[in-house]
Ligand binder design. Structure first.
Ligand code: ZN
Length: 175
């Protein structure tokens, strides 16, 4: 494992990637794929390849739930180049565990074969283990004075001019 990949892995997780992982773990594989694709597009660094790999595993799981044998096997092999080289844990994501889980799922798919894929046990589609605390905090810029604002317990405050809002109002500011 190269030093540079290790360094990349200690940085925070993109909020859109975190959103994708929550959808993945809710079994919403199509929506997870879309959110992770947004993270892939938004991320200029090499870690975008990890997001791409996880989005492809979401697609593999989607194919499995739809009993699409060929789709699952094809996308699984395509995903490997994007997920295989990362450290065991990267940006709080337990990548090695995800690799092992996906491999176990695809091994079962191949054991069943195209004829019997309907018998696949969906409990083999395990959630991704990841650390919510490693998600990048959104930066808030005060719309009155341009100073950076701070968020605590859902209260966002400007230390310069005292402007405040509640995070439940965030859609007004960021959509
Ligand atoms: Zn301000």
């Amino acid at each position: 494992m190269t030093e540079s990949l290790n360094n990349l892995c200690h940085a925070p997780l993109h909020p859109q990637a975190a959103h994708g992982l929550r959808l993945f773990n809710a079994g919403e594989y199509f929506e997870a794929h879309e959110a992770l694709e947004d993270a892939w597009n938004a991320e200029p660094g090499k870690v975008r390849e990890l997001y791409r790999g996880i989005l492809q595993i979401a697609v593999v799981y989607l194919h499995i739930t739809r009993r699409n044998y060929n789709g699952a096997v094809k996308v699984y092999f395509r995903s490997q180049r994007w997920v295989r080289d990362w450290p065991d844990i990267c940006r709080g994501i337990h990548v090695e565990e995800l690799r092992r889980n996906a491999e176990a799922a695809i091994r079962e798919v191949r054991r069943l074969g195209i004829e019997r894929i309907a018998e696949f046990d969906n409990s083999l589609l395990k959630p991704v283990v990841w650390d919510e605390k490693q998600v990048e905090k959104k930066k808030y810029i005060c719309d009155r004075c341009g100073h950076e604002m701070y968020e605590k317990n859902c209260k966002v405050t400007c230390p310069n001019c005292g402007n405040r809002f509640d995070c439940s109002d965030l859609n007004i500011y960021f959509d």
